[in-house]
Design a protein around this ligand. Structure first.
Ligand code: HEM
Length: 325
């Protein structure tokens, strides 16, 4: 992951005076996913996949009319192509495993191929591997890119938070004798800032659950079988859970939030399995950004909307200056 982040900054940030943050963060998180989860390195396959994936995502909240030239139709066609690409990847990796040219634990797909067949029992089919790959790509790409973009905006507009983060990160860079995981454990303040950012701007609107039995909630009866939506922003702005909720205050996370109050990653048995991945990705990226650059916002319109992810309308352009190392 460290290598992917450095490569990304070298290619897209260094030598530039102005960058547009949100599309770049999407490129970064997609590249990290492609290489770490799927073992797809930079090149034609990755470029084709990213383009198809964007069309696929566009259809997620489109009007479901399957006629030529509709967004929904483009999305269905892109999804079919993505499925074919991942199926081919599975075949290639299975072959490579047979030839001993790939490692069993090399990436997500080889791990699933490893568990696929236990004796005569097929534990997970190829189709399920494709489904799981698509959900991971979908769930782990825009979410992290949104968090990183909001952090970049925050660091440009909140000098005291920025000063604290820079101090923490520069100290880690100066005393860098330990391994990378130890460094991440020291980034306590930076992670609290990320959690407070997620509280105020949760990338996902919420998640769904089905009522297993009838229950009462605040005087309303929810019948068995109904689908219930948990809206993270509503929970995150509840005064009883987060006093003065409109204040940005990373100190809230100095102690553990009460169960099911901080739900940016969901909760319960289906809580986001990418939490640690997102934490490492976020901390490592912020580390390199604040130790290598200073930046300021350079657009009067830094507003955002939900589509259904949070999106900066102008993409969040910033003026960038390299730091003297
Ligand atoms: C800041 C980053 C992220 C946020 C805010 C986030 C948030 C969420 C939320 C709210 C859910 C629904 C959980 C629930 O229903 O209780 C979810 C599910 C999921 N996330 Fe994340 N996520 C992030 C990053 C990632 C990453 C990096 C990955 C993969 C590497 C990932 C993989 C998944 C998967 C596979 C699911 C579906 C789990 C299931 O249905 O059982 N997420 N995420």
């Amino acid at each position: 992951m460290d290598g992917e982040i450095r490569k990304h900054l070298e290619m897209h940030w260094h030598g530039k005076q102005k960058v547009t943050v949100m599309p770049l963060m999407k490129t970064l998180t997609f590249d990290i996913m492609s290489s770490l989860i799927f073992g797809i390195e930079q090149g034609a396959t990755r470029n084709a996949l990213v383009e198809l994936f964007e069309h696929m995502m566009d259809g997620l909240v489109s009007i479901p009319i399957n006629l030529p030239f509709t967004q929904f139709n483009r999305s269905l066609k892109a999804t079919a192509k993505v499925r074919t690409m991942i199926t081919n990847l599975i075949h290639d990796k299975r072959e490579a495993l047979k030839q001993n040219t790939a490692l069993l634990r090399q990436d997500f797909i080889t791990c699933l191929l490893d568990v696929q067949s236990k004796g005569n029992l097929i534990v997970i089919s190829d189709e399920e591997i494709v489904d799981n790959s698509i959900i991971i790509m979908f769930a782990g790409h825009d979410t992290s890119a949104t968090l990183l973009s909001f952090l970049v905006r925050l660091l440009a507009s909140n000098p005291s938070v920025r000063a604290n983060i820079v101090q923490e990160q520069e100290e880690i860079a100066r005393n860098k004798v330990s391994g990378e995981l130890d460094d991440l454990r020291k980034m306590k303040y930076t992670w609290r800032v990320a959690l407070e950012t997620l509280r105020m701007y949760p990338p996902l609107l919420g998640s769904f659950r089905r009522a297993l039995g009838e229950f009462e909630y605040q005087g309303f009866t929810i019948p068995k079988g109904w689908q219930v939506m948990l809206a993270s922003s509503v929970t995150h702005t509840d005064e009883k859970l987060f006093p003065d909720p409109s204040k940005f205050d990373p100190a809230r996370f100095e102690k553990q939030a009460p169960p099911f109050s901080f739900v940016a990653f969901g909760g319960g048995p289906r809580i986001c399995p990418g939490y640690e991945f997102a934490r490492i990705e976020t901390l490592a990226t912020i580390h390199y950004l604040v130790t290598q650059f200073t930046w300021k916002l350079c657009c009067t319109d830094n507003s955002f909307c939900r589509k259904p992810f949070l999106v900066f309308r102008q993409g969040l352009p910033i003026e960038l200056k390299p730091k003297k190392l």
